[in-house]
Design a binder for this molecule. Sequence first.
Ligand code: T6T
Length: 327
Amino acid sequence: MSTRTVRTLGLVAAAALLAACGSGGQIGDSGGSAPTAVKKMVLIPGVAAEPFYISMECGFREAAKAAGYEVDVQAPAKFDAPLQIPIVTGVLANKPGAVLIAPTDDKALAGPMKQLKDAGVKVVEVDTKLQDTSIAESSISSNNAQGGKKAAETLARLVGDKQGSVLVLNTKAGTSTTDARAKGFEDAIKAFPNLKYLGQQYTDNEPDQAASKVTATLSSDPDLIGVFATNLNTGEGAATGLRNAGKTGAVNLVGFDASPKQVQDLQAGVVQALIAQDPATIGKTGVEQAVAAIEGKEVKRNIETDLVAITKTDAAGSERYFYKQAC
Ligand code: T6T
């Protein structure tokens, strides 16, 4: 090799190093081909433009900024693994120091997330999680089983001594959070023999499907007295279904989450109770754990954040639990 060729290669290597540092990165031990940009963090929510994940993003951005990190947020247009997987693969090419992710399926995202881990990217689960617990450094979420139990007890208290049937509207099988909520509800509702549990119906996380499943159930089970909607979309859809059937108030609707529309429905008496999460704290705590992992400090494997049941009477004063439409 000539002296000239060696000098050219040296310049190319130096330019690559400068480019990595200049784009906010520090050189980390990637374990792969390209270096990891440790001062960069990416959030991959379950779905775009949805108040739960927007509120999470607000907590994420604030905490990451305070810690001196460059951030990026990339969300699928729908809560759908085939849409989320290419995002993970794309992020892998840039090798940020950490990725905070809400996997939309507890199995399908395992492969792509493992690729991140194998490339030296610290993976933190926020909200949903994989069945495989060997990939993420830390998982931060509500105690969703506890939330389902809270929903059952709240619904039973609202119904009182009356007899009737109760329905669970779930999202998609394989969503760790909503599956745990439905299970928590199912286990707890057994303690109330006046309530006949009709089982759960999946809605593909589509409000329209939730609405039509409520109206169909009202036809097949006219003694329907309660509905537990396991998340924001099912809750908003169930409220529409009850409105369409002229059954608001007659059927007790307990929802999960606290979007502006859900809160409006609570205040209007269409929804009787909401189990609100704390998504901003999930985002903030995710950043803290990611920074600890990057810096080689102690990381907590599982962290639970708060849940609160809100009814119309305590809605005023619970504003801090309401989700945001923008930061
Ligand atoms: O309920 C939240 C989240 O916790 C769940 O994993 C998916 O649905 C929401 O984003 C609300 O739509």
